[in-house]
Design a protein around this ligand. Sequence first.
Ligand code: B12
Length: 380
Amino acid sequence: MASPVRILTAVPICDGHDSAINTINLEFIRHGIEVVYLGFHRYVGDIVRAAIQEDVVAIGISSYNGGHIDFFAEVVGQLRRAGAGDIAVFGGGGGTITPEDAKIMKRKGVDEIFFAGTSLGEMAQYVRQHYGKARRKKAGKNRDLVLARELTRIEDSFTNGKGRKNFRESRIEKRASKVIGFTGPGGAGKTTLIDELVLRFLHRQPEARIAILSHDPSVVGEGALLGDRATMINSQDDRVFMRSMATRGQAGGLSPATESCLVRLTKAGFDYVFLETVGIGQEALPFRSKLIDRTVLVMNPDYGARLQLQKIVMLDVADIVVVNKTDLERAKAALSEIEHRLTQNKRAQQLVATVAKRHRDPGVDELYEMVTTNSKGGNK
Ligand code: B12
């Protein structure tokens, strides 16, 4: 099986016109393309950093704010300066980008501009034809690019059926990073919570480097929308290396290549690696790897009747249980029910209440203390 084409899409700074790109993303996915979506109102630097870390073959930009000539040229320029000039740039913006503008943009290194009236199918076809067989230069000296391309090789080896567990226990012992696994049902707020934790790491540990390995489901027989970066605001930082992975047919919350990618990340000198699963169901136990130091289950207070708690197996094994969205009405009851459920396990599990979307939430501060001072790997 061939690896899917991976591209990144985004909308520039000072531009909130995201409905076009949202529609186009869905069409790309239908054509088997993996789309890392960065969201709207994005700086050139954020787009270029994300494209490099995600090791995409092309960046698709949707621009309606009128600044397209300079913006696209700056993306091309920054890619070249970072040694990633082999990442192509294309895009559109309806009638805002005129044919004359497009000519100038192409002279400045843009591959293609799509005008109003182009069908969605035509654009998806263009991506598959032009970026399916990617030209690849050597990664050079750019640290993020070297790592990103190694992760792609690992991921591709699993897609091609050649992947294998490429680590030994002895290697696991020697790693420097602390690995924290986050899981929980879809919509519980895992991504926002991780992003808020990253903010605290960046502020309180000025030298720390963090990696995030984030998962989204592949659509059966199609591509995947890797959308966690669109929620990550604080993680757009040079000290954070984020990689989005599609599950590529594997059930249970992770990808077939996750463990091997994790081994590579833990050897890359990051202080912390955050692993985020897709939204999981009651029976899922995604963290079987010895690489994971601490597991965090993130729950929503709206899980239904109390009886439901008996069926969630992660409640038996998680080191920390976070009840997020505790500004919701049912939060008080949920906290007391989950606390009672955890006492049945007779293990030293920790429970914390958070409102991750709230800036400076004391619950997230408490969680930060828990993951930094109580990790099995020792104090930091
Ligand atoms: C929908 C819309 C809105 C919606 C946006 C909703 C949303 N969440 O996206 C709302 C109402 C919120 C809005 C607000 C504003 N808008 Co408005 N909006 C439009 C409108 C009507 C359609 C744009 C659109 O989505 N088209 C649908 C797409 C699918 O089709 P398309 O544009 O033809 O694109 C084709 C190709 O270019 C290609 N394509 C597009 N992007 C990409 C990306 C990639 C990767 C690829 C491969 C292809 C591709 O796909 C299509 C294929 O057929 C345009 C006018 C128009 N008719 O174009 C104005 C327009 C873009 N808006 C405009 C303005 C001024 C604004 C506001 C500033 C108005 C105000 N004063 O508040 C605000 C700014 C909002 C913000 N925060 O940025 C101006 C921009 C003028 C300029 N830049 O010179 C326009 C052109 C209207 C006008 N004539 O004045 N807007």
